[in-house]
Design a binder for this molecule. Structure first.
Ligand SMILES: [Zn+2]
Length: 261
């Protein structure tokens, strides 16, 4: 089965890209959507990501990182021209749905670039005094006005909201242009999801049709996350068509890379 990791980061450590590509190959992950969040997240930056997908066009899909309140709309157009296919967003200076950010979402919609929004509590591993943010600004319900106003914009909620799972799940149920991933550290919110059972939130028929596979972990933890996801799909009796949507076809559809899935 085709597997695409819709949520990967380019960490700033020696040979990371090489190791990531090797891990993908061993685990039969065909492509990943790679973003760099910069120094504050111990990551490489957008230009490193650009270099990575230019050198590995079959393996890497460029995901351009923007920080609302800091990044401008011209940057999005430029990223698109450079070959980036989607956007990754986190730590806005104001709530995601703040009107001053609407030109960003409008531009992404126009360029047909899906947006992966971080949602839930965020910890900056390498903080500095200049960075101030509130996780409240990244509540999944902040995405509702964006989904309503830009109904051609494809939105992916990261981590099913981390701890705001109910809201994230209802949003993907009620809005056709909103999807979610269930990524994160193996010992993070996913432990709770495993203990409680994902069906607590994803209870309706077809809920898994609104999820996209991703990892969002160091390459060394990718096999664990992938295995856990495969086990979840078995545990919840997810049919083959939905599995295909989950592992690849949803993200390919959102990126406009296949006609339908
Ligand atoms: Zn992430």
């Amino acid at each position: 089965m085709l597997i695409i990791d819709a949520h990967a980061h380019y960490l700033d450590e020696p040979h990371y890209l090489k190791n990531l590509l090797k891990t993908m190959e061993i685990n039969e992950i065909e492509k990943c959507c790679l973003s760099g969040l910069g120094e504050k997240f111990f990551c490489r930056n957008n230009s490193d990501v650009k270099r990575a997908f230019k050198m590995n066009p079959d393996k890497i899909i460029g995901s351009y990182y923007i920080q609302p309140g800091v990044s401008g709309i011209d940057e999005i157009q430029e990223a698109y021209n450079d070959g980036f296919k989607m956007l990754k967003v986190t730590i806005p200076t104001k709530p995601y749905n703040h009107k001053s950010f609407y030109p960003l979402w409008e531009m992404a919609e126009k360029l047909k670039m899906p947006i992966l929004f971080h949602t839930g509590i965020v910890t900056i591993p390498n903080p500095s005094k200049e960075i101030s943010y509130s996780s409240w600004d990244m509540h999944p319900m902040r995405l509702e006005p964006i989904a309503n106003n830009f109904n051609k914009l494809n939105i992916i909620i990261a981590h099913l909201g981390v701890h705001w799972n109910n809201e994230a799940a209802e949003l993907i149920r009620m809005r056709p242009n909103v999807y979610s991933d269930i990524t994160g550290e193996p010992d993070g919110w996913r432990v709770r999801a495993d203990r409680i059972g994902l069906r607590k939130w994803l209870w309706w028929e077809g809920a898994f049709k609104k999820l996209v596979f991703g990892t969002d972990v160091h390459y060394s933890k990718i096999p664990d996350n992938l295995n856990q996801d495969k086990n979840w799909l078995i545990q919840y009796n997810i049919d083959k068509t939905t599995q295909k949507l989950y592992f690849a076809n949803n993200i390919l559809n959102l990126l406009g890379m296949i006609e339908n899935g």
